[in-house]
Ligand binder design. Structure first.
Ligand SMILES: [Zn+2]
Length: 447
């Protein structure tokens, strides 16, 4: 049964669900949401109280939740009666044994990455797996199902989610991020993937390896923020543009189109925007995934900062275009304002300052560990370290002038190349922030 189901979802997403105007998409989304609440919301004890006689006008009154509430109410939120303790135990066992087949009944249990204590659990039924697989193939296979593809996927933890997709034409090979990259190269050379999907830090390590002999036609960055410096380097090595798959525990949220724009998957998720700046260019997505049934994702606030692409994409898609996925809200740095108070410095501001400082900068990291201080490391192939430090300082000073902020104390430290399974962050803020970020009023709802 599974192959026909996958192919059906593939065809539905690729050919049947086409929208020529934003209005058409919005009308369709409203229908999907109504149906979703009647069929799924009513089965979740947490949402059932809101779902009797649910009308779309009630939607805006539903609570906006984050990962913490999602985990707190896990038992009541899911519609398949799985308890948090049992799910955690199973997922941890699977991770330790690197055997990702176990399920509770037929439900796959997965763990999202994150520091211990903030890891999320996700539940997926077989039907949802087939739907996910068909959708993923429809949105990422460059030449459709008609061609044989060998997909190499680098993941921190596997899941039987990916085994779902294995077939004669479409082959999947899972590369464990916990295995040192040097030990994977031979297997990768033998496998000769046509599609390579990996975090940018891994793509970079592969591109730097002298022993790598693969020529993938399609390359996707997953799981980490794709820094423009890394994108340029990886793309230059493979002689291919780098696409991005914006997929996380909470759903498959976006993917790069053939024109190179990331589009939100508005045929899978309804996205509300909570703007983070006065210009209304950056927002936190609040998502409602009307495909998830075992563990409903309803008005769920993601911590990511997305930047809107202001102009329409030449590909003609009506789905919201995204200029960049900039990082997590937690990584917004805070500088002292010239007239008191704190000034928010988005990760992208710092990335651009470093990139503008000198063309020879190969890699960098910026970490704010204390208020009023930044720790900066970089690797360069031109200029002396002190020249580079001066150039970077000058650019950050310019940024501060523009933002009306005082220049923090800059500490330059030796650059340590990123290795291992941890997530690479080029810009990181480690200051504990009090309270929730200040959001501007979200855009008016559709209904
Ligand atoms: Zn496009």
């Amino acid at each position: 049964m599974k192959l026909p189901a996958i192919v059906w979802h593939y065809l539905r997403v690729k050919y049947l669900q086409r929208f020529s105007t934003v209005e058409e998409l919005q009308t369709w989304q409203q229908r999907q949401l109504g149906r979703f609440f009647r069929q799924v919301g009513s089965k979740s004890p947490f949402y059932a109280q809101h779902c009797t006689d649910f009308s779309l006008a009630d939607f805006a009154r539903l609570p906006i939740i984050e990962k913490q509430q999602m985990m707190e109410h896990f038992d009541n939120l899911n519609t398949v009666g799985i308890r948090k303790e049992a799910a955690f135990q199973l997922a941890l066992q699977a991770e330790e044994s690197r055997d990702f087949a176990p399920t509770i009944g037929s439900i796959t249990v997965g763990l999202s990455s994150g520091t211990s204590g903030s890891r999320g659990l996700f539940l997926v039924s077989p039907a949802e797996r087939y739907e996910w697989a068909g959708t993923m193939l429809a949105k990422t296979l460059p030449f459709g199902l008609g061609r044989t593809e060998r997909i190499a996927l680098f993941l921190r933890a596997g899941s039987n989610l990916y085994d779902t997709t294995r077939s004669r034409r479409i082959q999947f090979e899972f590369f464990d991020l916990l295995t040192p990259i040097e030990n994977q190269i031979e297997r990768l050379n033998f496998y000769q993937p046509t599609i390579l999907a990996a975090p940018p830090s891994v793509l970079r390590m592969l591109a730097e390896s002298q022993a790598l002999k693969i020529r993938p036609e399609t390359i996707f960055s997953v799981a980490e923020v794709l820094d423009p410096l890394d994108a340029g380097f990886i793309s230059g090595f493979f002689q291919r543009p780098i696409g991005q798959i914006y997929q996380c525990t909470e759903g498959f949220l976006g993917v790069t189109c053939p024109q190179g724009t990331i589009h939100l998957n508005e045929d899978l998720v309804f996205v509300e925007k909570e703007f983070l700046d006065q210009e209304k260019t950056r927002f936190n997505p609040v998502i409602t995934d009307f495909r998830r049934r075992s563990q409903p994702i309803i008005r769920y606030r993601m911590n990511d900062i997305l930047t809107i692409r202001p102009e329409p994409c030449p590909c003609g898609s009506v789905f919201q275009g995204i200029e960049k996925i900039e990082g997590r809200c937690d990584d917004v740095c805070l500088f002292q304002g010239k007239s008191g108070g704190l000034v928010k410095v988005f990760p992208d501001f710092l990335t651009r300052a470093v990139m503008a400082a000198a063309a020879g900068i190969q890699e960098y990291t910026i970490v704010q560990t204390l208020a009023g201080e930044l720790e900066i490391s970089f690797r360069t192939d031109s200029g002396t370290p002190s020249e580079m430090e001066q150039l970077i300082t000058a650019k950050i000073q310019q940024l501060c002038d523009k933002l009306q902020a005082n220049l923090p104390c800059l500490h330059f430290v030796p650059h340590v190349p990123h290795r291992g399974a941890g997530k690479l962050k080029r810009v990181e803020c480690r200051i504990a922030k009090k309270g929730t970020p200040q959001y501007l009023p979200s855009r008016p709802l559709l209904f």
